[in-house]
Design a protein around this ligand. Structure first.
Ligand code: ASP
Length: 592
């Protein structure tokens, strides 16, 4: 080693010891007579002094010229800091290292920003100079947390007898419903590999192979439009088990959640984690990943709407649609008319035509710009259904089931944050189960699998595959942490008859199924055990456990919203020769 100690290690008991330290120049104070340097490495900061009597003026002058963020080596003696100059905030704050000279191992050019600067530079700059950005203690902390969480996961599954198997990156398209990243084959002209959207098919095949319990920290790739918490390549903790039902998988993950929360955050999580069905989640929260850190549940007042003279409510109810609302406790005085107008505009983004609202007055009556359209009796009924109390704001959407779900979900989420209805440090984990097997693809109007086409229906719903596919529920379960989907999985179909029926419903004919997933279907004919699994989004877990809101903060080298890596400038152009070798010609116009 070049060094005898790291920069976070020296204490009072080291006073008098000769040491060699290496690190980055975080800070430099040139006091003319002496130069003070805060030397930084992963472990901490140590104050280094180049001054008399150890150093002569030439050495002091040289130290004064070392650029910030350079990597240096110093050799010297640990000394007490002068009385009153100790720094209690620093683990090494009782001492300093006094040295005659320093050696520059690598001088730093003027950096576009420094890790220690108070104001964070723009994200593009941080991503371009990621090596500087990763020097920031916040980034280091996030990456250490990530490493700890992944180790916890690996340990947990090793303790539970799982076998860690790596599955290929170059493979066939996997059926997660996103666009594939394709890799052209040089050896097979015109043929392509697809990067895995998940190891789904391989892990099922490992069950057919009798491995019983498979786990992998797997890289997955989906070419989708990105949101703040999505990346084109991401990491899943992926697992599969044989001879299990949904309860077994959820029970196993309950244990992982509790162990991780305890070992990583020192938090107790009560088990079993609460579960609710998809239908209940949509009814009470308008979404399949509800934030259960606070109440403000959706209430259906369609029964009253049917009776009122208020045209908007009445017509909606008569058309078989819904009037549903939420109660923002004590919010009446916090939202002015103008702010409520803003909320109205906000829900319009989710397809709502407007927002009807009522204020519960001191005397318990309801006030609203539209109140005159209601009988007192109906107002009282609305108040009672909503459990309204003086000072509350009651807000309603009158629309289709989907629009009331979407709009009220978004409104509840916004109000929950604005009214600070939860403690940001709190961790709330729960399950949502019994998802529908199918949903309509809005563009084509066709049924698509809500999860993927290998998902098994609930046993009690099997005959609905024929009679009422829309009502057929799946043996599917999603893990929700603080209102975010943090994992999802299903029990799989393992008999040919059900599988064919599901393919048929999805409009996948036999030939297409054979062409796309023939290898899996074939394996299922060779002694397949009942099996199921789940995948947990590692990036999202780390983000949620770190209390962050941007997934790029927990990935060492993330991509931007436009799927570029600003540091390496990927994706980038390639030589014509490379394209020729791959039997490709580009149709894209060359960038100007
Ligand atoms: N392959 C699924 C996914 O990536 C997870 C699973 O069903 O196990 O969402």
């Amino acid at each position: 080693m070049l060094r005898t100690h790291n920069c976070g290690e020296l204490r009072k008991e080291h006073v008098g010891t000769e040491v060699t330290l290496c690190g980055w120049v975080e800070n430099k104070r040139d006091h003319g007579g002496a130069v003070f340097i805060d030397l930084r490495d992963r472990y901490g900061l140590t104050q280094v002094v180049i001054g008399p009597p150890e150093a002569d003026q030439a050495q002091i002058d040289a130290a004064g010229h070392v650029p910030a963020e350079s990597v240096i080596l110093v050799r010297g003696k640990v000394a007490d800091r002068l009385q009153g100059k100790t720094n209690d905030k620093l683990a090494t704050g009782a001492i300093e290292v006094r040295c005659p000279e320093l050696e520059i191992l690598n001088a730093c050019q003027t950096p576009p920003f420094t890790p220690g600067q108070a104001d964070l530079p723009g994200e593009d700059l941080r991503l371009k100079y990621r090596f500087l950005d990763l020097r920031r203690p916040e980034m280091l902390r996030a990456m250490v947390l990530r490493s700890t969480i992944i180790k916890e996961m690996r340990d947990y599954f090793a303790e539970h007898d799982f076998i860690d198997v790596e599955t290929p990156i170059l493979g066939r398209s996997t059926p997660e419903g996103a666009r594939d990243y394709l890799v052209p084959s040089r050896v097979h002209p015109g043929s392509f590999y697809a990067l895995p959207q998940s190891p789904q098919l391989y892990k099922q095949i490992l069950m057919v192979a009798g491995f019983d319990r498979y786990v992998q920290v797997a890289k997955c790739f989906r070419d989708e439009d990105l949101r703040a918490d999505r990346q084109p390549e991401f990491t899943q903790l992926d697992l599969e088990m044989s001879f299990v039902d949904a309860d077994d998988i959820m029970g196993l993950i309950d244990g992982l959640v509790a162990q991780t929360a305890k070992n990583v955050l020192g938090k107790e999580v009560k088990l079993p984690l609460p579960r609710m069905t998809y239908d209940e989640a949509m009814r009470r929260f308008g979404h399949d990943a509800p934030d259960l850190r606070f109440g403000m549940e959706i209430v259906d007042v369609t029964s009253v709407a049917k009776k009122t003279e208020f045209r908007v409510f009445r017509a909606t109810a008569d058309a078989g649609n819904f009037v549903r609302g939420i109660r923002a406790e004590g919010a009446a005085e916090k939202y002015s008319r103008r702010q409520i107008d803003e909320l109205t505009e906000f829900v319009k983004d989710f397809g709502a035509k407007g927002l009807a609202w009522f204020r519960v007055e001191e005397d318990g009556s309801l006030w609203s710009p539209v109140a005159k359209n209601f009988d007192a009796e109906h107002l009282a009924e609305i108040k009672s259904l909503m459990a309204g109390e003086p000072g509350d704001l009651l807000m309603f959407l009158a629309d289709s089931w989907e629009v009331t779900c979407k709009g009220l979900y978004a409104l509840r989420k916004r109000l929950g944050a604005e009214l600070k209805l939860y403690d940001a440090d709190q961790l709330h984990c729960s399950w949502v189960t019994e998802f529908p097997m199918f949903e309509r693809d809005e563009e084509s109007g066709r049924w698509v699998a809500m999860h993927h086409p290998f998902t098994a229906p609930l046993k009690s719903d099997l005959e609905k595959l024929d009679s009422d596919p829309q009502a057929c529920r799946a043996q599917a379960y999603d893990l929700v942490i603080n209102g975010s989907e943090a994992g999802g999985g299903t029990i799989r179909i393992h008999d040919q008859k059900t599988q064919s029926k599901v393919f048929e419903l999805l409009g996948i004919d036999e030939a297409t199924a054979e062409d796309r997933f023939g290898f899996l279907l074939n394996a299922l004919r060779f002694g397949a055990p009942p099996h199921g699994g789940i995948a947990l989004g590692v990036d999202r877990w780390v983000m949620l456990l770190a209390g962050l809101e941007n997934i790029r903060e927990v990935i060492a080298f993330p991509k931007t919203q436009k799927a570029s890596d600003l540091m390496t400038e990927a994706p980038g152009a390639v030589d014509q020769d490379q394209l020729t070798e791959l039997h490709l010609r580009s149709l894209a116009k060359k960038a100007e």
